[in-house]
Design a protein around this ligand. Sequence first.
Ligand code: HEM
Length: 605
Amino acid sequence: MATRALLNWLNELNPTTRAFAVLWTLSAGVYLLFALYRTIFGFKAGRKLPPGPWFHFPLLGDSVHLAAGNPVKFFFERFKRYGPVYRTQMLGSRIWVVADTGALRPPLNDQGAFMQIPFRSFRALMGEDSFIRETSFHGPWRKLFGSALGPPQLSALVPRIEAVMREHLAAWEAVGRINIFREARLLGLDLAVDVITRVDLPPDVDRAWFKGQVEVFLDGLVGLPLRLPGTALWRALAARERLVRVLVPHMAEQHARFTQEWKAAGEDVARYAAARQEQQTSCSGVTAATAATAPAPASPDDVSASTAAGAPASNASASNSSSSSSSSSSSPAGPPSMIEAQWAGWAAIGRGDLVQAAHSVLHLLVASGDTTRTALFNTWALLAVAPRVQDELFQEQKKVMEQHGPELSYQALCAMPYMDATMKECMRLLPAAFGGFRRLTADLPVGDYVIPAGEVIWYVTGLLHCLDPVLWDGDTSGYLPTHMDWQRNLEGAFRPERWLGGGGGGGGGSDGGSDGGKGQPGDVRPRTLSTFGMGSHLCLGMNLVYLEVKLLLALVLRKYRLRPETPDMLRRCRRLFPFFVPERGTDGVLLVPRAGEAAAVVAAA
Ligand code: HEM
């Protein structure tokens, strides 16, 4: 009956539409059969495979659900249904979400797995290879990269970061408000291009044009893998070509210098790192590498290492070294730059050519561009709706100014425990990165299940924070546990004081000697902060990001209160994945001068 009705309907269509309908139905059928085949027979028999939803939207998978809704809520629902390991689909890739920190430990420490972002669009733009997977020299390479971001280097970066920020602040002050979403992106781009990567451009290339092309490139990274004219990936690939064309001739000289040094070090990362460190010590009189290399935490859930490294170390000797940590303009006798560290990594796997060197600049912009802007925006967004926290921060700034004067030096930035706590709390509630991926090279047992070698696993930051063994009591009956429900209970969820408390909920005072913040009995220090990764690939830019966000907040909050033009901006926000995108027109924040208060403090200081 139904078949006859279908045939009649088809007969009534014009030939072109009919052909199209038949083709579409056939391809949908083939796709479904293929998906079924892979699900049933795609794995070796005899293993208990983790569960997952039986249906996924073709190509898009769970990105459909995630695009409109709170992703933590979404993953928490899945966790309730399937437990700590389940199958999902994202942008054409099958992925296994793993929320069991014990099971994550080996893969996150490069045992039976390597780092790989599975999204095809990302791989098309960034390439398939990565030297970061090479365990034989990953340790020395981390040391090399880390030495470009030690306390002396960070200290030297402060004035540059501040100059860029002050320029932006002047523009916001002129109109008395900030569109925090757009402005965070522009500021993030300026910091990534002008300060972190320090791209040096030929005089005839417009920097604004260059940054515009970088934006197009970044926009194509996480999207549908469609290389069709007009798609984000298509435009990003074209932007990449243009950027590389500009960079290649201009960086030839610096790259030639690097190649010479690289050869002199026997084309070995450890020896190159040692040689650079030697030069650095003899140039500036300080050894940055020891403090710079954040040690990988012993285990993924041992976040004490990651949280301890989550802010510039207060006791680090912050030399006022003027040594450059720039990429394009550093001299070979100075400390290594981040880009040189990248080049060493590529050269070590036989990719030391100039074109790859230009691609490395883009890789560094990816590592630092959207992540930094998301950290800036997420922090602003939470603070704008939390006047209590703003006031606590202002009180802390008053003390910092009394002790260090009005200048925002590296030392002053290291003396802000409540600000550190606020940053961590923002990164816990609204992580600037949604986790990391590993491709398994060996079967991974998780509880009763086994994920086969070859599959991709994903630790979802927000879910791990939700299941924090210290904050979560195991109750799955509610909407979301209070410590993550910032959309409906901001005061209960957003509590920087947690990070100042000890294990028993003692409130402020025990972290770095702060007396800032009003702790409550429930303010227990969280165990999990995975925003910057876990295990042996813990983010190397973490201290830099903390420094940037703290500097911006100090600059703004010393003079202004932030007041959102749309007070329920956070609740109205629909798009949170992969980055928090507010509803159009709701991200305006007013700069309300602190009038006499601020002026009096500055005068006293
Ligand atoms: C808010 C900003 C940032 C966030 C949230 C972030 C997050 C992360 C995460 C989650 C990882 C580990 C990935 C994994 O385990 O799969 C990572 C690694 C890394 N990040 Fe960041 N990142 C940020 C900013 C930066 C910046 C500014 C830089 C450079 C200046 C940077 C450089 C790196 C590098 C080089 C690694 C690889 C480390 C390794 O493989 O040993 N990141 N980042």
